[in-house]
Design a protein around this ligand. Structure first.
Ligand code: PHB
Length: 599
């Protein structure tokens, strides 16, 4: 029997809750589930029921910590919000064990493959290997579906007892149209009373009676409808248990079909389900099952073997995740000093505790969480009581475990961000600081291709648009991107181009070009002085993903005549490197467990 002395008892007394943490999470949740990505603080006060001044303090803290971004008068979830869901995903070990097989299966079948976990009476996606197709909606890691409306739900419900079915029924009765699941189209509604404004008191009376009559009929119909849905769901659950797989024949929307298999951990518990998703334009449910089930079975066997294999060195795992769990920039205490009463220290600490779960596979003890966060045990414990109370963490005999519900704190929204969306606010910020135009480019064959750009407001700015291609050899971003290539690939690029003297300064000999690229790699930034165009100076830095791979370059371009080279370098380089580091950190958070598209 595990020791429980230091740990929390279930049903924690409310006075032990950390109010600012509870309120901070309420704001994050409201931002994640609300319509659109932009939120006015006043609207957040309304949806959360918090005082406007409280929302402001929460927002100040979340902005300073990097979970939220302020733009004009709006608040938006920032890429760092992905860290909360990442903590859950890392702690499960699922993405490494299951993700690669899901991707391989999607490639083999040329259909989307998704992985979902049970989350109460819902089904929450944790990984997607999507085929982009025009016809079907697709879900993102973090999205939640009603269990009765998707294939994995019938597999998870096979393990439900009376309590779980009760909870499911209560939810479904309360929200029969699934409005609490913003990522699915609502169920088609039952006939409703639409009454026009009444002209006279007697008409008004009649209207009220009519409404009451309709409501009474509707209440009976609603119960009948819920019973019908339940009977159908129970039948599909029974079949799922019997057959070992489940189907979704257009439960979410017309045309969308799926088959799913459960994935078991070594102890035999269902940990997730893998679905192959198709469309009635390509398959009916029978042909999809015939086509997809055999390779799906093989993929699941491989996933179960990966789950059973001893986890990759726990120590290595801990070091990597610990880095992500640490607050970027100044520590919590320094921020408190800087911002005073405007900074909610206990919110910051609670979020650190949540992130720290990502450093360890499986359950974690209080002492370890305290060590990982550098917090006193009593402080970490209060955060844990709050997180357990809100359903983000559960305490078992073997320690605390972070739950899939943390994915509701914005993961779906930020895990879908593209590199361009991640980088653009950083570019805008750089332009404000240096008053020169800033861009992001990727390597595309022998060229660089501009994918994002923020122009300065100078009258004379350099006219380059997104989509512009320029020869990599003559640009600072090209040099940065070439410098990051493995030797063989770099040689192949050089072999395919004949550098032209675009200006009298352009480096054109193979030896000098190779040297320029080597210099770039050694310095860590690219510098091109009037080689592409007379009078044009450009400075570039690499943008890396979480694995340290260079995926893009960021630059500032300016007229060479305005300042000496040394002056330009001295004033611009620190800002440019900080911008590249900021984009890279955001990209690391977002791309930890989800692939990030460029645009
Ligand atoms: C999906 O991944 O989009 C999906 C999975 C299972 C379903 C429906 C959709 O039942």
């Amino acid at each position: 029997m595990a020791r429980r002395t230091d740990e929390t008892e279930p049903g924690a007394p409310p006075e032990e809750l950390v109010g600012p943490l509870e309120r901070g999470l309420a704001v994050l949740r409201a931002m994640a589930t609300g319509q659109g990505g932009r939120h006015r603080p006043g609207d957040l006060a309304r949806t959360t029921g918090l005082a406007r001044s409280t929302v402001d303090r929460v927002a100040t803290t979340l902005v300073r910590l990097g979970y939220v971004r302020a733009e004009d008068r709006d608040l938006l979830l920032a890429p760092r919000a992905a860290e909360l869901g990442n903590a859950y995903l890392s702690s499960t070990g699922l993405p490494e064990a299951v993700g690669p097989h899901a991707v391989a299966l999607a490639d083999e079948l040329d259909e989307s493959v998704s992985v979902a976990v049970p989350d109460g009476d819902g089904v929450r996606f944790v990984a997607q290997a999507a085929r982009r197709r025009a016809m079907a909606i697709s879900f993102r890691a973090g999205d939640v579906l009603p269990a009765e409306r998707c294939a994995p739900g019938a597999l998870f419900a096979a393990g439900w007892g009376d309590t779980e079915w009760e909870a499911w029924r209560a939810r479904h009765l309360k929200d029969p149209l699934d409005t609490g699941f913003p990522s699915v189209p609502p169920r088609t509604s039952s006939p409703s009373a639409s009454l026009s404004a009444s002209a006279s008191p007697s008409e008004a009376m009649e209207a009220v009676e009519a409404v009451e009559a309709v409501e009474a009929v509707e209440a009976v119909e609603a119960v009948e409808a819920v019973e019908a849905v339940e009977a159908d769901f129970r039948e599909r659950t029974r079949r799922g248990r019997e057959d070992g797989w489940a189907a979704d024949d257009q439960l979410i929307e017309s045309g969308l079909i799926a088959v799913a298999l459960p994935v078991h951990d070594p102890a035999g518990a269902v940990v997730c389900a893998v679905s192959v998703v198709s469309h009635t334009s390509r398959h009916d449910i029978g042909s999809l099952a015939g086509f997809a089930l055999p390779p799906l079975r093989a993929a699941v066997a491989a996933m179960e073997a990966a789950l059973a294999a001893p986890a990759a060195s726990k120590a290595v795992e801990a070091t990597t995740a610990q880095v992500t769990a640490e607050p970027t920039g100044p520590g919590v205490a320094a921020l408190k000093e800087e911002l005073g009463a405007g900074f909610l220290q206990s919110l910051a600490r609670g979020l650190d505790v949540l992130c720290a779960f990502g450093a360890v596979r499986g359950p974690v003890r209080l002492a370890e969480l305290a060590r990982l966060t550098g917090l006193p045990r009593a402080t970490a414990r209060r955060s844990l009581i709050t997180l357990c109370h809100l359903g983000y963490v559960r305490e078992d005999e073997d320690g605390f475990r972070v739950l899939p519900r943390v994915l509701e704190l914005g993961h779906a929204r930020v895990s879908g961000l593209t590199l361009v969306e991640i980088a653009t606010p950083h570019l805008a910020d750089l332009v404000l600081r240096v008053h020169e135009s800033a861009s992001l480019a990727v390597l595309d064959g022998q060229d660089i291709r501009y994918v994002a750009r923020v122009a300065s407001s100078r009258i004379m700015h350099i006219d380059i648009r997104v989509g512009t291609r320029l020869p990599a050899y003559a640009t600072s971003m090209g040099r940065v991107l070439l410098a990051a290539l493995p030797e063989g690939e770099r040689a192949a690029v050089f072999a395919g181009v004949t550098p032209e003297a675009l200006t009298p300064h352009t480096v054109t000999t193979p030896e000098a070009l190779a040297e320029a690229v080597t210099d770039t790699a050694r310095r860590g930034y690219g510098w091109v002085e009037q080689e592409l165009e007379e009078g044009l100076r450009s400075l570039a830095a690499p943008v890396t993903d979480g694995g340290g791979r260079v995926v893009a370059a960021v630059n500032v371009a300016l007229h060479a005549g305005r300042r000496s080279a040394e002056e330009s370098l001295g004033t611009l380089l620190p800002h440019l490197l900080a911008t590249a580091a900021g984009i890279s950190a955001d990209l690391a958070a977002v791309s930890r467990w989800s692939p990030v598209r460029v645009s």
